[in-house]
Design a protein around this ligand. Structure first.
Ligand code: ADP
Ligand code: MG
Length: 684
């Protein structure tokens, strides 16, 4: 039977090569595709020739008047075509490097053009075109959805596939939300919302579609969270850890530094939880660089002293490697046995490791998602730590908990989430906060420069490198993208900067490298074989190289403040003074203010608030800045109110006796079943 869960090859016109293209975007099923939302929209509503503004990006409908004229300028070709708008205004359409269009642009041909209009020259620099009247097209004369694409797939092709899929599978899209919620919050039906998010009729329809889908996303998230808690609510006690004061004092002596007051307090709170039979459920919040890792190691050491195993889960292999290394350096001398489990560990090693874990011959395991796989079993797991936990979904957290008998859980996060928001995200967590930085930290000097001053940044960089320091350079994209002109990409930047950085070793890293290659580059950077690391945001989380003192971020205005703050946190980790240079040419006032905010404060919480303040609903038309990748559409900061309401409704839903047999909740329950959240009670 064909359903939304069918592979994309069931969509008319999607063959093996398109299927492969889509898979690269993580799209395998029809449902994946339909939920692959645009990241912005281009307003390509057709305008009358008379109403065009100088220097504006406009869309017009025209008829070709004469065959194209072609000039060459170096390796560039410039094609000019006399056209007339439908309201009779003559102008010149200009195409660069698109000679293949020459024969198609015959006089009399109708075409819809989008581009920048120059009123003085009466010319239009074409960036998009669409043959035919274009009035019914999904590519023009409307708010046109723009998708993130890769490889051979263009946004236009993706758009076409999406439209086909929506039409073909329209009747399969069923309503997920109970009717009373649609009524109560005036939410549009799911089917309509999906159509409107991809093909919005106008700005208001888009807003409604988004509102509906964000609500659903948050509501389902909350349900999962609460269903999970509901199912796992237990009177059974967890582990009471116990160890002597002397044992603990021995450990404090081997720490490489004096703990800060904040760290000591957090450790006290954690140890109190761990001693109690009640399972710990604690969030440790601390800005980047505040020293959370050592606290995790303390907790893990306490588990070891009590005769139990502990696990630490992190979002990337690089981070797993790094934590494994520091844990080994600190704890192996004390006799702890520590293992590393990631996706790229070889079969044989992996089997050995799993064997040791199951037999209790390992005290600590550090790893990635690989820890969640079946077959990973513990002899006596009593503590689970997740670092940068917001990257993990609810169900992943729950799998982990099932691997031990109500183990204590410590979540660590550098994302400055306001406490109320943290509550609605993580439930009734206890929270420890590290407010202060370890002593001796020098503030990170942050500068914002425009791209024409790039040379200065490079000069400064060279001076730092000459002193023996290292640097990160971050670009928003991996490789050139015609879809995002003027945005730096790591590959080109690497090639371009090799010369200016001659004399120093430069490395390149991005998400498309294999885990092994990433690790190798990172390893060489750590050991200072590489002095400059040019990268995408893959280095965003957790990486610790104290000798790195410069962070240069290209197109900084394309990142969210939280993300910029995370990136900046990669420097300023050692004894040397550090700098962060933001290269950006923001056009809007808000964009400028965001850069200013970065320059003026280093406090993550202040930045988070600023972010919220500066972002209006209108920003949805701009760049999406998802602070938390867990959500496709919802923005935890901007949509905080929606999350609050979703939480209340989910609580209400869960408070209903046997809600899963009520007809009203049938589709919802089906969803929860599909997501393996509600398995247990439904089988009862
Ligand atoms: P984060 O909270 O971002 O995970 P880390 O745990 O990676 O921060 O710590 C950042 C750096 O600070 C590490 O190099 C760590 O060894 C160091 N550090 C942590 N605590 C202290 C301390 N109390 N005194 C000095 N340095 C510390
Ligand atoms: Mg960390």
């Amino acid at each position: 039977m064909i359903s939304l869960q069918s592979p994309v090859s069931h969509i008319a016109g999607v063959g093996p090569s398109r299927e492969k293209d889509l898979a690269r975007l993580g799209i395998y099923t029809v449902a994946d595709l339909i939920c692959y939302y645009p990241f912005r929209y281009d307003d390509r509503t057709v305008q009358a020739g008379q109403s065009l503004q100088h220097d504006a990006r406009v869309t017009v409908h025209v008829t070709v008047q004469a065959p194209p004229g072609v000039r060459h300028k170096g390796r560039r070709s410039i094609m000019t075509v006399q056209v007339k708008t439908s309201d009779g205004m003559p102008m010149v359409a200009v195409w660069f490097n698109q000679l293949f269009l020459r024969d198609k642009l015959r006089p009399g041909e109708q075409i819809t053009l989008t581009g920048k209009y120059d009123a003085r020259r009466r010319s239009l620099a074409v960036s998009h075109y669409e043959f035919g009247e274009g009035s019914s097209s999904v590519h023009s004369n409307r708010l046109v959805p723009i998708y993130e694409v890769r490889g051979d797939l263009t946004p236009k092709v993706l758009r076409s596939i999406l439209v086909k899929a929506l039409k073909q599978f329209e009747t399969q899209i069923s309503e997920t939300l109970p009717h009373h919620l649609l009524v109560k919050y005036k939410l549009i039906p799911k089917r309509e919302a999906l159509f409107q998010i991809h093909l919005p009729k106008d700005g208001e329809s888009l807003r409604q579609a988004r509102r509906r889908l964000v609500f659903e996303e948050f509501f389902l998230f909350q349900l999962k969270l609460q269903a999970f808690r509901f199912l796992h609510k237990t009177d059974q006690p967890g582990v009471s850890h116990s160890f002597t004061k002397e044992q603990w004092a021995d450990f404090l002596r081997v720490l490489p530094f004096e703990l800060t007051e904040g760290q000591k307090k957090a450790i006290r709170e954690i140890l109190t939880d761990m001693r109690s039979p009640h399972p710990m459920n604690r969030l440790l919040q601390g800005d980047v660089g505040s020293g959370k890792t050592i606290i995790a190691f303390c907790a893990m050491y306490a588990a070891y002293l009590s005769g139990y195993q502990s696990a630490m889960m992190v979002p990337t292999e690089i981070l797993a490697e790094q934590h494994h290394e520091s844990a080994a350096a600190l704890l192996r001398p004390l006799g702890l046995r520590i293992g590393l489990l990631t996706g790229s560990i070889k079969e044989k090693e992996r089997n050995e490791l799993l064997d040791c874990l199951a037999k209790g011959q390992l005290d600590i395991v550090i790893g990635t998602h690989a820890l969640l796989e079946e077959g990973v079993e513990f002899a006596s797991l009593s503590l689970v730590v997740t670092d940068e936990q917001h990257r993990f979904g609810v169900e992943q957290r729950s799998i982990f908990r099932q691997k031990g008998h109500h183990p204590d859980v410590l979540f660590m996060s550098a994302t400055p989430i306001p406490r109320t928001l943290a509550m609605s995200l993580f439930g009734d967590l206890d929270v420890s906060v590290l407010e202060q930085m370890p002593a001796g930290r020098k503030p990170i000097q942050t500068h914002w420069i425009t791209s024409d001053k790039e040379e200065r940044a490079i000069r400064f960089l060279r001076a730092e490198l000459a002193k023996g320091r290292q640097a990160y350079i971050v670009a928003p994209l991996i490789e050139e993208s015609e879809k995002m002109e003027g945005v730096e990409n790591a590959v080109d930047l690497y090639n371009r900067l090799l010369d200016p950085l001659a004399g120093f070793k430069v490395g390149l890293m991005h998400g498309r490298l294999s885990a092994r290659d990433k690790e190798e580059v990172m390893g060489r950077f750590k050991s200072n074989e590489i002095q400059v690391l040019i990268s995408t945001t893959v280095i965003e989380v957790g990486v610790n190289v104290p000798n790195a003192t410069v962070m240069v971020i290209y197109n900084a205005d394309r990142f969210g403040l939280a993300q910029l703050h995370q990136l900046r946190g990669r420097v300023g980790r050692g004894e040397h003074a550090s700098s962060c240079i933001l290269i950006a040419d923001p056009v809007t006032e808000t964009g400028k203010e965001r850069m200013q905010a970065m320059v003026s404060t280093q406090n993550g919480f202040v930045l988070a608030e600023k972010d919220l303040e500066l972002r209006g609903p209108g920003e949805f038309f701009g760049i999406r800045q998802s602070g938390m990748p867990e959500f496709r559409l919802g923005d935890l900061v901007a949509d905080a109110n929606v999350m609050r309401v979703a939480r209340e409704e989910a609580q209400y839903c869960m408070s209903l006796q046997d809600f899963w047999i009520l007809p009203e909740y049938r589709d919802l329950v089906q969803y929860l079943k599909d997501e393996k959240v509600l398995k247990a009670p439904i089988q009862d």
